[in-house]
Design a protein around this ligand. Structure first.
Ligand code: ADP
Ligand code: ASP
Ligand code: MG
Length: 596
């Protein structure tokens, strides 16, 4: 008999009527002949209330006790859900994460799943019971309760679907699918019929709160089709699968992460190992960094900037202060008044002009860009928080995301809403059996691209429109830019570094020199032969240690980093061209254990 996993989020179980409505959905699937596993979140805002309560008692509650506290929210829901199903005349049993045997590591409040035993669930399913699993929680080897991070019930659901060989994983929530951006912020956002794992993973990580990003890593790794749909209606939602909605779409969605902070470490001695020292220490504290940017400073010193969640800022600053001392850097500045706007799309890599359009759109509204980073399928910018909502909306509309794509427009979700065929299920279960840790980092490959050159515009006055002007002029000259990094340097002046094909170097320098002259700033610098190294796979960013392992390994080999770009699925670094082959070897060795 086929297994279906149905997950209900907080708003979908916010009161007794909603719990009964969710129970009826599960019963319907049971009556249709499926074995049903429900994964349930804490009711309504319960987790937030528990967090508030803890904060009233302590500024810095022990993470172990936070997990003990937060896990109770889900325990309430599963018990009530089981009662609801009983009251409707069907059999059900509720289980906590520990009772199921969801074993995690011991990183409280951000634990990762190591293994899940399925015996107990299977036994109850065979007895005809609907199994109700508490989302978001597990237990470590020493029997401590752990939680998977906010929004983690999605990850419980997809992980259970993977290990049980479920035919479908349905995520019931308070929107009827995945939209091109949060429809509560931008009402003209469009529901997409289908989105690829890679796109959803990036969107989820840069702020699309509709799915927990780690649930998508699971889904991708084990090919679990995920159906995001409304708890309150029966309309088909969005399928998250391998293939995108339309081929070559440069942008499929936009997202906002409102509460970000920017940290710049100034005057870091520009030698191998400095990036590594800084980022290793931050990663060791399980703080996720984004938009890591290193810009050329003056007199052999560099500035390093990155973004962290605003909540992580105090802890980050403490670490950075120590590192400033250790490295004899000049100091550190931060800005906790910023928000991150990102656009994501698989087709971006092959279509020039996406960055230019984004920058120009913001410039036309006078919105200044503080920092830029790009990856193959994502562009992120930091802007002042007060402009964030407007910025998201105009960027969303600039890419016509409110209209269906021409190619693949409005296509219905794949037949039967993504049910998996039996052969695929066998494959998936074999993969589960092979992995000694379910959320283990997997590196799919490490590549070296030696065809690029790098140009840096230094000391540009930081005015709205600067990036837009630069990219318009480059686009006009027919130059395709690969990596783009902008950061604020000295005296509020911006540096923009970009990599291009080596054959475009001359043209790029012409454009850059003219620009620098027009803006009255120093001539651009360049390196005609750089090497770009990419490490890509699954779990790359949520394991904040990957970037720092790269930096550490490269610095140990005395290789200096010129540019850094991170995304959910890869970390790119640019080094001097002469070091490319050596850097590739170093990285292959470093990640030998995770390479598939
Ligand atoms: P649940 O409690 O069911 O897990 P969440 O609040 O975690 O629900 O996620 C659903 C919310 O995600 C929606 O109400 C919506 O405001 C928000 N959201 C953010 N980005 C998107 C998006 N791209 N598409 C749909 N919803 C989004
Ligand atoms: N209840 C948890 C939270 O609010 C987990 C979840 O809902 O996914 O973050
Ligand atoms: Mg959620």
């Amino acid at each position: 008999m086929s297994i279906i996993v149905q997950k209900f989020g907080g708003t979908s179980v916010a009161d007794s009527q909603k719990i009964l409505a969710a129970a009826r959905k599960a019963i319907r699937a049971r009556v249709e002949g499926h074995q049903v596993v429900m994964v349930v979140s804490a009711m309504g805002q319960n987790t937030d209330l528990l967090v508030d309560l803890a904060r009233q008692i302590s500024d810095d509650p022990p993470p172990r006790e936070m997990d003990m506290l937060l896990s109770t929210g889900e325990q309430v829901s599963v018990a009530l859900m089981a009662m609801a199903i009983h009251s409707l005349g069907h059999e059900a049993i509720s289980l906590t994460g520990a009772q199921i045997g969801i074993i995690t590591d011991s990183i409280h409040t951000k634990a990762r799943i190591r293994s899940i035993s399925t015996d107990r669930i299977r036994r109850y399913l065979k007895e005809g019971k609907i199994v109700i699993a508490a989302g978001f929680q597990g237990i470590d080897k020493a029997d401590n309760i752990t939680t998977l991070g906010r929004g983690g019930s999605d990850t419980t659901a997809v992980a259970l679907a993977a290990v049980l060989g479920a035919e479908a994983c349905e995520i019931y929530t308070d929107v009827d699918g995945v939209y091109t951006t949060d429809p509560r912020i931008v009402p003209e956002a469009r529901k997409v019929a289908r989105i690829s794992y890679d796109e959803m993973l990036e969107l989820a990580t840069v702020g699309a709160g509709v799915m927990h990003n780690r649930s998508i890593e699971f889904a991708k790794k084990f090919s679990v089709p995920v159906h995001v749909r409304s708890s309150f209606s029966d309309t088909p939602g969005t399928m998250i699968v391998h293939e995108p909605e339309a081929k070559n779409l440069p942008v499929c969605g936009a997202a906002l992460s409102k509460d970000e902070a920017r940290v710049t470490v100034r005057g870091v001695p520009d030698r191998p190992g400095t990036a590594s020292t800084l980022f290793t220490q931050i990663a060791a504290n399980n703080i996720a960094m984004d938009m890591i940017v290193q810009s050329e400073g003056a007199q052999g010193r560099a500035d390093m900037s990155f973004a962290v969640a605003r909540d992580d800022l105090p802890k980050t600053l403490k670490i950075v202060e120590g590192v400033v001392q250790e490295l004899s850097a000049e100091g550190c500045i931060c800005d906790d008044n910023v928000a991150k706007i990102s656009v994501v799309g698989l087709g971006m890599a092959t279509q020039p002009g996406v960055a230019g359009t984004m920058f120009r759109t913001l410039a036309e509204k006078g919105i200044n860009i503080d920092m830029i980073t790009t990856s193959e399928i994502k562009i992120s910018v930091l802007v002042e928080r007060q402009h964030a909502v407007e910025a998201l909306r105009i960027v969303h509309n600039a890419f016509h995301l409110n209209q269906p794509p021409e190619d693949g427009a409005g296509k219905a979700p794949p037949a039967a809403h993504g049910k998996v065929n039996p052969a695929e299920l066998v494959d998936r279960l074999e993969k589960v059996a092979r992995l000694e840790r379910l959320e283990k980092l997997i590196i799919d490959g490490i590549t070296l691209d030696e065809s690029q050159a790098m140009v840096t515009l230094v000391g540009l006055s930081d005015i709205p429109g600067l990036a837009a002007q630069t990219f318009d002029e480059l686009a006009e000259a027919g130059i395709v830019v690969d990596m783009i990094v902008q950061s604020i340097g000295r005296d509020n002046r911006a540096d923009i570094s970009l990599t291009i094909k080596r054959e475009d170097l001359k043209k790029t320098l012409q454009v850059a020199e003219e620009l620098a002259r027009g803006l009255n700033c120093p001539p651009p610098t360049h390196n005609s032969q750089v090497a770009k190294l990419s490490v890509f796979g699954t779990g790359i960013k949520s394991y904040s240690g990957v970037a720092s392992r790269m930096f550490k390994a490269l610095s140990a080999a005395e290789i200096n980093l010129d540019l850094i770009g991170t995304s959910e699925v890869r970390v790119n670094v640019v080094v001097d061209g002469k070091q490319g082959a050596k850097a590739l070897e170093v990285l292959k060795q470093e990640f030998a254990d995770a390479l598939v």
